[in-house]
Design a protein around this ligand. Sequence first.
Ligand code: SAM
Length: 452
Amino acid sequence: MRSRIIAPLGGTRGIMGEQLNPAQTQEILHIEGLTHDGRGVARHAGKTVFVSGALPGEDVGIRLLRSHPRHDEAAVTTIVQASPERVSPLCPHFGACGGCALQHLTPAAQLAAHARRLEETLRRIGKSTARRWLPPVESAPWGYRSRARLAVRREPTSGAILVGFRREESAHLEPLEHCPVLVPALAPLPAELRCGLERLSGPAIPHEIWLAAGDEGIGIGFCFRQTVGEAERAQLQALGAALGAQIGFGTQASREPPRWESPPPQLHYSPEEGTTLAFAPWDFTQANRVVNRHLLSSVLELLAPGPEDQVLDLFCGIGNFTVPLARRAAAVLGVESSAQHLDVARENARRNGIGNCSFERADLFSVEGVAALPRNRYRLAVLDPPRAGAAAVCKQARALGLRGIAYVSCDTATLARDAALLREGGFKLQGAGVLDMFPHTAHAESVALFTR
Ligand SMILES: C[S@@+](CC[C@H](N)C(=O)[O-])C[C@H]1O[C@@H](n2cnc3c(N)ncnc32)[C@H](O)[C@@H]1O
């Protein structure tokens, strides 16, 4: 442990924009690691200190933000010794906006950190190590993200409209004009939408705006707390037309998912040559289309479905894996909890001339939902759950008669937990690797193959 106390420095903001308490004593700490959410990790006085804005290997001046019984939270005030992997963040909103946590680290080092974390978490929590580590899949660092959810707020005093991103679990909205991780068709929309909303004549404004880009064209979903009147709709339709976007309206009264009044999906993307999938701005699609193509090839290569195989595609969404799997396998069953996604998936199978896949609605987080799946008919499965993971499926994978599972994960911790469950069921971790689906953010995408 290397740390010492020095005299306080001035200033009321850390380098990540946090509010600092000038009365706090300034210290210099040596940063030993990086948390999953991009904070440096140091040890001081027998406690772990999470330091936002700090990178492994650095010596940094810090100020304490919050103290907890077993750890402290701090912010960087000065960098005494910088990491060779430190770069200047491109975006002026870095630190204040909730979107990116790692813009101060080179993209190569970000990906290496995700790969180390995958290996370490699988070993520690999953009690597993892969027989083969797949080469990490890189992404273009900017202009890669093809969907986003913007928050909207009206300033109570000035009446000004703010459009931007909200930090996770925080009410703070960082107003943006332009977002450099969004694909070029979406990047300038925060400012353009703000200008358009300022011209609305009625009092109602959406609280969220969902954006998505297809291979051609963009879509915008305006989500309101209550149903909006015809006059506002007409104005927003006109705004959408001026921006060249397909428009939809949603209502979200509480924390429930919004209810969208769906016109038929008019955006399209291609997960592989020869397959085109339609979707609406509010449907789940993988955020990075280029990396999605690599993800699909990894899944197909790892699982290697042949013309005799029947395959389960669990958490199938709009058919991103289902349709390509059905081109190679005897039959595919796509399972999903969203009726809206299933409708789109069925239509996607039909429009691609696929006759050997079917779809079922089920809650795959529930033991009963999984237990109702057919047993011993499907030997191969793709699992692509949300961040909560797929514990109920993994507990019953053996009983279902599965022999090979390609697990696509957007949360390393739940993947590792599920790897332990699969291990108990007699599955072995054959291969695993990371994909840079969301450069600069703390999120890591990974894929793993388990066989029994
Ligand atoms: C990460 S997305 C994957 C979608 C698809 N595989 C793809 O690549 O586009 C997870 C999917 O799980 C679905 N989902 C969420 N909770 C679920 C549940 N409890 N049971 C079944 N599906 C669920 C979501 O609707 C979403 O489509």
